[in-house]
Every structure is written in structure tokens, then in C-alpha cells.
Design a protein around this ligand. Structure first.
Ligand code: FMN
Length: 250
């Protein structure tokens, strides 16, 4: 199944319950989503075809070996998937299982610690992103439990000046608005170590649960590998900003 087929299948189900407007998470005017899209589209690739060999998309993030630097962005409850109930197993577990099948990584957001444990059980490496809760004890409980469960990393919203100090040691993950393998390659060329997706996982899960998620990841890997091949990047380590140009459209 190609990307379009998987996406349309999920979208059809979401439309059938009138929830398509909720797919666009941008606040109020959605201007941020438009700007993100425009920014990504403003970069074009320089073609430097490799031979017929497919590029190698494999990478390592937080010590976990992944098929590609495409991972789940932090997710929790989805009001769309909730409306598509009943889910057996629960949809977050299906997403985590689909990611495990695809050799990718799951990221969790505002999930309960019980949910976190069930998600970790699905077998994908898990990055648990803890919100700066008002209750410090709750932050600690989440961090400690994530460590006990064997999460590969924890994330927290922190001040930029703190991040700058740790910059060299921390892989850079980016998300928001990444929809295709070409988008992922642009982010990697601009310096990201990994790209997170959330909306695509919701759509894929709506269309086919665990299998839909796996199929979506495979489609993205294929797109990324193909675009790496035509831009002369044999491996993730070989990707650099020289493959990108800024389009000057007037
Ligand atoms: C169903 C759903 C749940 C999300 N839950 C969280 C969360 O708990 N914590 C968080 O920091 N971000 C959360 N996000 C935001 C995503 O991590 C991501 O930043 C955002 O969706 C933009 O990426 P996208 O364009 O691929 O959807 C959630 C997004 C979705 C779609």
C-alpha cells in the first residue's frame, strides 16, 4: 500500500464521523501550520543520483536502532480516535505496536503511568515526554516510572538557555507539519537527528489500526530512501545542508 492509499483510507473514516476539521491542530487561525508548510516547501533538492542502490535510512537515537529517523511525536489521547471506538486493543497500544513492527520509536505525552506501562509492553523503544506539571511530585513520579519501565529517554519542556549548554549531547528531534519522506529529508539536512509525526499516526491508525501504522511508516521509509538516493545521500550520516536550495519564486 502506498502513502496515498493509506492516508485516504484513514481520512475517509475520519470524515465519516465528521472529525476532519480536528485533524488540523493549529491554534485558532491555523497560521502556524500554513507558515510551517510554506517554510518546508520553500526548500528544493539538488539532484545527485546515486547508482541503482537504495540509500540506507537506518539510524540510532538514544541508543535505539531504528529503521529510519522517523519516530512518533509525543502523543496521548486523540479525540478523533476516541470517537472511532471501540478499540481492542486500545488505539495508543495499536500505534505503539505498529511502530514496533516498523522498527520505529514511540513517544508518549500526557498519558497515565498505567497507559505508559502498557505502551512500553508493545516492544518499541519509548521516549516519554513529561509536561512541566505544577505538581513537582508528579513530574518526579513520571520521570522515575519512565526510568523503571526502561524508556530509552525522557523529554521535558525546558528553557532554551539550558538546552544550549547540553546541545552537543542531545539529539535534536523536530516535529510539526511533517507529512512526507521529502519533508523528513529536509529536516535532516537542516540539522535534525530525528523527525516526529503525530497527525499521520492518527490518520494511519484510523484507517487500519496497528497494520495501518506499520504501513504508513513503511511508506515514509520508502519515500525517504528514494529521495536520499536521488540526492546522493547513501546513509543518514551523509545528509548535509548542501542538498537543499531555497526556491526563489516571485
Ligand atoms: C493525538 C495527539 C496527541 C498529542 N499529545 C501530545 C502530548 O501529550 N504532549 C505533547 O507535548 N504533544 C502532544 N501532541 C502534539 C504532537 O507531539 C506534535 O507536536 C503535533 O501534533 C505536531 O506534529 P504533527 O504535525 O505531525 O501532528 C499530540 C498530538 C496529537 C495528534
Amino acid at each position: 500500500m502506498g502513502y496515498r492509499e493509506i492516508y485516504e483510507k484513514g481520512l475517509d473514516r475520519i470524515r465519516s464521523i465528521g472529525m476532519e476539521p480536528y485533524l488540523d491542530l493549529g491554534a485558532e487561525t491555523h497560521s502556524q501550520n500554513r507558515l510551517n508548510r510554506q517554510h518546508l516547501d520553500s526548500f528544493v533538492f539538488e539532484m545527485r543520483m546515486l547508482d541503482s542502490q537504495q540509500a540506507d535510512t537506518a539510524t540510532t537515537l538514544f541508543g535505539a536502532q531504528l529503521r529510519a529517523p522517523i519516530v512518533a511525536a509525543a502523543i496521548c489521547e486523540s479525540r478523533i480516535l476516541k470517537r472511532l471506538a471501540p478499540w481492542d486493543p486500545p488505539y495508543l497500544e495499536q500505534i505503539a505496536a505498529g511502530l514496533a513492527d516498523a522498527g520505529s520509536m514511540m513517544s508518549t505525552g500526557m498519558v497515565t503511568l498505567e497507559e505508559l506501562a502498557r505502551i512500553v509492553d508493545q516492544g518499541a523503544p519509548v521516549l516519554h515526554v513529561v509536561k512541566p506539571y505544577q505538581d513537582d511530585e508528579m513530574v518526579l513520579r513520571h520521570l522515575e516510572r519512565a526510568a523503571e519501565l526502561g524508556c530509552v529517554a525522557v523529554g521535558m519542556d525546558v528553557d532554551v538557555f539550558f538546552l544550549e549548554k547540553a546541545w552537543d549531547e542531545v539529539p535534536i528531534l523536530v516535529d510539526s507539519g511533517f507529512r512526507r519522506g521529502t519533508d523528513v529529508l529536509k529536516a535532516l539536512a537542516l540539522g535534525a537527528n530525528g523527525v516526529g509525526i503525530a497527525t499521520l499516526l492518527v490518520v494511519a491508525c484510523a484507517g487500519g489500526g496497528r497494520d495501518g501504522v506499520r504501513a504508513m511508516m513503511e511508506a515514509l521509509y520508502e519515500e525517504l530512501g528514494r529521495t536520499m538516493s536521488i540526492t546522493g545521500c547513501r546513509s543518514v550520516g551523509a545528509i548535509d545542508p548542501s542538498i537543499l536550495h531555497r526556491a526563489e519564486l516571485t
